[in-house]
Design a protein around this ligand. Structure first.
Ligand SMILES: Nc1ncnc2c1ncn2[C@@H]1O[C@H](COP(=O)(O)OP(=O)(O)OP(=O)(O)O)[C@@H](O)[C@H]1O
Length: 938
C-alpha cells in the first residue's frame, strides 16, 4: 500500500509517517516546504491532517473534487480536508457512533476555512431529501451571520473569529444531515469599545453602515461614515479594510431570511447595533460637584433616557460596560435563535459529527485577560489530544501486547492545573480577589499570585525572575510557560473583566426596555436574584469542562493548521514561524508515536471486509474467526513479519463467554477496564436521565450494582439541592396535576413552567404592560394584587395601561369584589382560553357577582387559589367553551354572574364570551378609562 502511495505522490511524502528521517525536524520542514511550494497544502501524519494556509484560491474545492473523495478509502487519494470529512462520515454511518473534528492552529492558520469546507462537503455529498434541504441551507448560512457578529479584523487575520465555536451536525439513520446545534465560547466583548492599532470592531457594524439602505440608516439615526463613530474609528483605518462590507451585508441579509429571522427580529437586532454605536458617541462633562453630565443629548434620544450621578471616569466605564453587555448578550441571543432554526424536531436517535473551530494560541505584544482565557483553552485541547492520541495509543499497544518503545512527550496537565485547580489555581485566586472585601486591585491580584503560585515552575513575575529575566517582565505582568511557548500577561483589567459587572440601574433600564431581544437578554428575575453570578473566568472554565465532556465521548479526527507567514502572502514560507508551530502543535511527537506504531490500524472484521477480495481463501467469504482470516490474507499478499502486527484481541474475544482461563483472561480484564473507563463519560446527569451504558455480558451484575449506586447518589444530590420553595412548588404541582391532568388543554406544556411566588407584582406587570403598550396610553389607577403563601396583599399602583392591558385590570378586580372567605369555587374551561371564573358565596354574589378573569397562568393561579382557601375539590374544569346563559352543549355556565355580567346582558343568548374584547369595546363606547372599572360595570 505504501509503495503505491509514494509512486503517486511525487512531491515529498504525503504522509510524514513515510519519512525516512522521521525524528528530524528539518526533514519534516523540508517535506512541508517542498509540498507547499507546489501548492500541495495538505499532508498526513497517519490520520491527522496537517494543513498549511495557501493564502490563495487553489481550485481544490470543486464539485469534482468532492465527488472524487466521496466514499473512497482514506489512504487511496492524496491528503485532503475532504478525506477527513468523508472518513468521519463513513465511520459514523457504518459504526453508528458520534465523531468530532478538532481544528486547531494559531490565528489566521485557516481553521474557519477548513470548517467551512467540511460543512460544504457534507452539504453537497450527503444524501438529501427535498424537505431537508432547508436544514442544510440553514446549517450553511448560519456561518456568514455568525461571522458578521463574531469575527473582526486583527493584524493576524482579516476575518478572525473572536469567539470559539463548536457545531454539531446531526444525521439521521440514513446519513442525511437533519439539523445542528452551535455552542459559542467567550466572545471578545472588549472589542466593542476598544480595538488596538490596525484592528477593527466586529464586521457587522461596518456592514450595516456600508450596505444598508439610506432610509434604514436614517431610521436608526446613523450616517454611512464609520469614522463618525467613536467605537469604530479608534485605529484610523476603518475604511482601508480589505473586507468588502457592502457585499458581505448582502450575504448576511440574505442568510437572515433563510434562517428564520422575522422582520421584527431584524428591526430589533439592528436597533441594538445602532444603539451601541450611539452609546459610544455619548460624551460626558464634569459639573461643579464632580458629577458627569451629558452636554449633547442628541445620541440619547436614540437610546433611552439615562440619568446617573457618576463621576466622569465612572460614567465612561458605565457606558462601555453597557455597550459590552448589550453586544455580548445579543450575540448569545443570536446563537440561540440560530439554534432554534437548526433544531430537528423529530426525536429519533441521531448521530453527530462535531466541528470545533476555536481560537488558536495567541501571543501579542500586549496580552490581557482574553489571551489568558484563549491560551488556557488551547492548553485544555492539547490535554485532550494527549489523552486521546499519545497516551491512548501507547496504552492500546500495551493492551494488545504489541512490542513498543515508549515515546517521551510533554504532558501539559501541570499547566492546566496551574490555571484551573480549585482553590489553588490562577482562576480561583482571581475569583477570590474579585469577591474579597477591601480594596482589591490588579496589582494586589498579582501579589496574591506571587504568594500562592510563585514557586510553580511554569509561572514567573518580575519579582520572581532573576536579574537576567527582570527586564523582560513589567511590574504589572506575569508570565506563563505554556506548552506552546512563553506568554507574558499584563494584569491590568483582569479584575474588571473577570467581574464583568453592570450597574444595577442600567440593568433595570435594559430589563424594562421596549426592544424585545434585550428584554429576553436582561430578565427581571436577574435583578431579584441577589446571588453573585459566577465570574467570567469560572464560567469559561466550566464551559470548557463541558466541552471536553462532549468531545471525549466521541471519536476524534484532527486537523492541525499552520500559518506559513505573518504577511498573509501566498507562496511565502517563513521557516522560523512554521518551525515554531510544528513544535507547539506537537507534530513531531505525534509523528514519533504514529511511526513507532502502525500507520494503519483496523479491527479484524473491518480489515477483512475491505481487503478480502485480494486473496482466494478469504473471497468471497471467510468462514472462520476474522483474526485468522486477516492472518491468511496478509501472508498471501506477502507482507514481511516486521511490517505488520496482530493484536491479542482475538482469542479472548472468541472465548469471552467461557469461564475465566488464560485464553480469555486478558481480554476480560481489557473489557472490564474499557467498560469502566467508558462509563465515566456516560454517567447519567440527573435523576430523570435513565440512560446507562450497555454492559458486556460478563459485567451485567457489576453494572447493575453500579447503576443502583449511581441512582442513589443522584437522588441524594437532588434531595440536598431541594429548597423549601421548591418543595412548596412541587406540592402545588401535585395539586395542579390532580385538578387538571387529562382535563384541560395545555396542561402537559405547563408542566415545566415553574410556579413563582410573586406572579402579580410590579416586576411582572411592568414588562407586560410595556410590551402591550401602544401609542394610546391612559393613566390608570389600579389595585394590584400580590399573592404569596401568606395570602393576597393589595397595593395601589399608578400604571400606564393600554386597552390591550385591560386583562391586568380584570385580574385586579378580584380584590375589589370578593374576600377570600367568600370564595366558593373556581371554574375553568377545558380549552386553552386563559379564562377562569371565581364563584363567590350567594350573599357576596348579590353585591358583586362572580369574577371572570383572563389570565396567562391559569394553571398556577387556579391551583394557588384553590390551595389558599383549601378547596381543591371545588375546582371545576368544564368541558367546552365559556358561554353565557345556559350551556346545553356542556360549555361553562356563567348565568350566576351578577353585576359584572353587564357584558352578559349585552351579549345575550349563547354568544361566546370574550372579556378582553368586551372590555375594549366598553372602553371605546365611553371613550374614557373609567369605563373599565368595576364600579362602572356595576
Ligand atoms: N484553504 C484555504 N484556501 C485559500 N485561502 C485560505 C485557506 N485557508 C485560509 N485561507 C485564507 O486565510 C484567511 C484566514 O483563515 P481563517 O479565517 O480560516 O483563519 P483562522 O485560523 O480561523 O483564524 P482565527 O483564529 O483568527 O479565526 C482566510 O480569510 C483566507 O483568506
Amino acid at each position: 500500500m505504501e509503495g503505491t502511495l509514494t509512486a503517486r505522490d511525487k512531491v515529498g511524502v504525503q504522509d510524514f509517517v513515510l519519512l525516512d528521517a522521521h525524528t528530524s525536524e528539518s526533514a519534516f520542514m523540508d517535506n512541508l516546504r517542498k509540498r507547499f511550494s507546489e501548492n500541495l497544502i495538505y499532508t498526513y501524519i497517519g490520520t491527522l491532517l496537517v494543513s498549511v494556509n495557501p493564502y490563495q484560491e487553489l481550485g481544490i474545492y470543486t464539485m469534482r473534487q468532492m465527488e472524487l473523495y466521496q466514499g473512497v478509502n482514506f489512504f487511496e487519494l492524496p491528503p485532503h480536508v475532504y478525506a477527513i470529512a468523508d472518513n468521519a462520515y463513513r465511520m459514523m454511518c457504518s459504526e453508528l457512533n458520534n465523531h468530532f473534528i478538532l481544528i486547531s492552529g494559531e490565528s489566521g492558520a485557516g481553521k474557519t476555512e477548513a470548517s467551512k469546507k467540511i460543512l460544504q462537503y457534507f452539504a453537497v455529498t450527503c444524501p438529501m431529501t427535498e424537505s431537508l434541504q432547508i436544514a442544510r441551507d440553514r446549517l450553511l448560512l448560519s456561518n456568514p451571520v455568525l461571522e458578521a457578529f463574531g469575527n473582526a479584523r486583527t493584524p493576524r487575520n482579516d476575518n478572525s473569529s473572536r469567539f470559539g465555536k463548536y457545531m454539531d451536525i446531526q444525521f439521521d439513520f440514513q446519513g442525511v444531515p437533519v439539523g445542528g446545534h452551535i455552542i459559542s465560547y467567550l466572545i471578545e466583548k472588549s472589542r466593542v469599545v476598544h480595538q488596538n492599532q490596525g484592528e477593527r470592531n466586529f464586521h457587522i457594524f461596518y456592514q450595516l453602515l456600508a450596505g444598508s439602505e439610506a432610509d434604514h440608516l436614517a431610521y436608526l439615526g446613523l450616517e454611512r461614515d464609520p469614522q463618525l463613530y467613536k467605537y469604530l474609528s479608534q485605529d484610523h483605518c476603518a475604511k482601508e479594510s480589505s473586507v468588502n462590507d457592502k457585499n458581505d451585508w448582502k450575504t448576511v441579509s440574505d442568510a437572515f431570511s433563510v434562517i428564520d429571522f422575522t422582520e421584527a427580529d431584524l428591526q430589533n437586532l439592528f436597533g441594538i447595533i445602532a444603539s451601541v454605536l450611539h452609546l459610544g458617541n455619548i460624551r460626558f462633562q464634569e459639573d461643579d460637584q464632580g458629577c458627569a453630565t451629558i452636554p449633547d443629548t442628541h445620541e440619547i434620544k436614540w437610546i433611552a433616557k439615562v440619568v446617573c450621578p457618576l463621576t466622569l471616569e465612572l460614567s465612561v466605564y458605565a457606558r462601555d460596560a453597557m455597550a459590552k453587555a448589550v453586544y455580548g448578550r445579543t450575540f448569545t441571543w443570536l446563537v440561540n435563535k440560530i439554534n432554534s432554526s437548526l433544531v430537528n424536531k423529530d426525536f429519533t436517535q441521531k448521530t453527530v459529527i462535531g466541528l470545533l473551530d476555536i481560537y488558536g494560541f495567541e501571543v501579542f505584544d500586549k496580552n490581557g485577560f482574553e489571551q489568558f482565557c484563549i491560551n488556557y483553552c488551547n492548553e485544555k485541547l492539547q490535554q485532550l489530544l494527549i489523552e486521546r492520541t499519545l497516551k491512548a495509543e501507547q496504552a492500546e499497544y500495551e493492551t494488545e501486547g504489541i512490542e513498543w518503545e515508549p515515546i517521551q512527550y510533554f504532558n501539559n496537565k501541570i499547566i492546566c492545573d496551574l490555571v484551573e485547580e480549585r482553590h489553588k489555581g490562577i482562576i480561583s485566586i482571581l475569583d477570590e480577589e474579585c469577591i474579597r472585601p477591601g480594596p482589591a486591585t490588579d496589582l494586589s491580584f498579582l501579589e496574591k499570585l506571587e504568594e500562592k503560585v510563585g514557586k510553580h515552575a511554569h509561572f514567573q513575575t518580575r519579582k520572581l525572575a532573576g536579574p537576567k529575566g527582570q527586564k523582560r517582565i513589567g511590574w504589572m505582568e506575569f508570565r506563563l510557560f505554556h506548552y506552546a511557548g512563553e506568554v507574558t500577561y499584563c494584569t491590568k483589567g483582569f479584575l474588571e473583566k473577570n467581574n464583568d459587572l453592570l450597574y444595577r440601574h442600567l440593568k433595570e433600564a435594559l430589563c424594562g426596555c421596549q426592544n424585545s431581544i434585550l428584554r429576553e437578554c436582561f430578565l427581571a428575575a436577574e435583578l431579584e436574584n441577589h446571588r453573585r453570578p459566577p465570574t467570567v473566568g469560572t464560567q469559561f472554565k466550566n464551559s470548557l469542562s463541558s466541552l471536553l465532556e462532549i468531545l471525549i465521548s466521541k471519536e476524534p479526527s484532527y486537523i492541525r493548521c499552520i500559518k506559513p507567514n505573518d504577511r498573509k502572502e501566498p507562496s511565502e514560507f517563513d521557516d522560523f514561524l512554521v518551525r515554531h508551530q510544528i513544535k507547539y502543535l506537537g507534530l513531531m511527537e505525534h509523528l514519533r508515536v504514529r511511526r513507532a506504531g502502525f500507520a494503519y490500524q483496523r479491527k479484524y472484521e473491518h480489515f477483512l471486509q475491505r481487503y478480502k477480495s485480494l486473496c482466494p481463501d478469504t473471497w468471497p467469504h471467510w468462514p472462520g474467526p476474522p483474526g485468522e482470516g486477516v492472518e491468511r490474507l496478509i501472508k498471501y499478499i506477502g507482507y514481511k513479519p516486521e511490517e505488520y502486527k496482530l493484536g491479542k484481541f482475538i482469542n479472548g474475544f472468541i472465548n469471552r463467554h467461557q469461564p475465566l482461563s488464560p485464553n480469555n483472561e486478558e481480554f476480560l480484564v481489557f473489557v472490564r477496564k474499557n467498560y469502566i473507563l467508558n462509563l465515566r463519560y456516560h454517567i447519567p446527569k440527573n435523576v430523570l436521565d435513565k440512560s446507562w451504558l450497555q454492559p458486556p455480558g460478563i459485567l451485567e451484575n457489576a453494572s447493575d450494582l453500579l447503576r443502583k449506586m449511581c441512582t442513589r447518589n443522584l437522588v441524594r444530590k437532588y434531595c440536598c439541592g431541594v429548597t423549601a420553595e421548591w418543595t412548596a412548588m412541587m406540592q402545588q404541582k401535585v395539586v395542579a396535576s390532580e385538578i387538571f391532568r387529562g382535563k384541560k388543554e395545555g396542561y402537559a406544556e405547563s408542566l415545566n413552567q415553574p410556579f413563582v411566588n410573586t406572579r402579580i407584582d410590579e416586576g411582572d406587570i411592568n414588562p407586560k404592560v410595556l410590551q402591550l403598550m401602544d401609542s394610546e396610553k391612559i393613566q390608570y389607577s389600579v389595585p394590584v394584587i400580590k399573592y404569596d403563601r401568606k395570602g393576597f396583599k393589595p397595593r395601589q399602583r399608578q400604571l400606564i395601561l393600554t386597552q390591550k392591558a385591560a386583562y391586568v385590570v380584570e385580574l385586579a378586580k378580584i380584590k375589589q369584589k370578593i374576600e377570600y372567605s367568600a370564595l366558593k369555587g373556581v371554574s375553568t374551561s377545558s380549552l386553552s382560553d386563559g379564562i377562569l371564573v371565581i364563584h363567590v358565596s350567594p350573599e357576596n354574589k348579590k353585591k358583586k357577582g362572580d369574577a371572570i378573569l383572563l389570565c396567562e397562568h391559569v394553571f398556577e393561579v387556579v391551583t394557588k387559589l384553590a390551595m389558599l382557601v383549601k378547596k381543591e375539590n371545588l375546582v371545576n374544569v368544564v368541558q367546552g367553551r365559556c358561554r353565557c346563559g345556559g350551556s346545553p352543549d356542556g360549555g361553562m355556565h356563567l348565568s350566576s354572574i351578577n353585576p359584572v355580567s353587564v357584558q352578559l346582558r349585552q351579549a345575550p343568548g349563547k354568544q361566546e364570551f370574550d372579556p378582553v374584547s368586551y372590555v375594549c369595546k366598553k372602553k371605546h363606547a365611553s371613550g374614557s378609562s373609567e369605563s373599565i372599572t368595576s364600579e362602572d360595570t356595576e
